[in-house]
Design a protein around this ligand. Sequence first.
Ligand code: HEC
Length: 217
Amino acid sequence: MRLFLTIYVLVIVATVSILGFRGSLTEKEPVEVFNDMDRQAKYKPQAENSFYANGQNDRLPPKLTVSRGNALEIKDVFSTEFTSSTSSEELVLSGKDANGEFSDYFPYPVDFELMQYGQESYNIFCMTCHGAAGDGNGVTKQYGILATSYHDDRLRDAPDGYIYDVITNGKGLMYGLKDRLSNEQRWAIVLYLRALQRSQSAPLESLSTTEKSELGL
Ligand code: HEC
């Protein structure tokens, strides 16, 4: 009987101490037997740091790091001439002009290097589904992914900004790739996609006479 009473009292004390104080706030400092990671040596953003020559904690991200989302260009943010949202910046970020319409203006100087960057990025990020020629015959087709072919008039006539938006935010079953590709990389892919479209539908008149004779036309 005594044993029963002792256990009975212990159970009541345990129940009250575990369940009874749920939700009640305390102003007292917590008892830190093991202080886990409550206090740790760390570098806070925008703080001073004598280790680096410029005395700042903040470092530039390593080269070729891709910023998540529609981040501003890092080099602009760190520049003393930085001004916030200009209309051309908005176009680079969203592919839309001042009226909110998809723009056909390509915001980077077009050169061979940018085209190569686009090709390289396309082959890594798009080819698996859309195929090397952009005709929708990627290796994932046999698994039921029916990626759109770029070779129809609707997509040939679509403004560059629209293609950029599809890459950024996705469309229908296709997911957006803004967390994996920088703004410039997405525009470079738009450029290469245009080259793919032309490769499948170049008009005969655009060829020179030597090119025509080389092709036996
Ligand atoms: C995982 C497979 C996959 C990848 C990777 C992918 N796409 Fe797609 N894409 C699709 C599918 C599926 C559709 C059709 C979406 C729909 O209409 O539901 C599509 C549609 C499109 C369209 C047509 C949009 C329209 O208006 O019909 C474009 C343009 C496009 N993708 C470009 C790209 C580019 C550029 C890349 C690489 C940056 C890319 N896609 C990567 C699967 C993919």
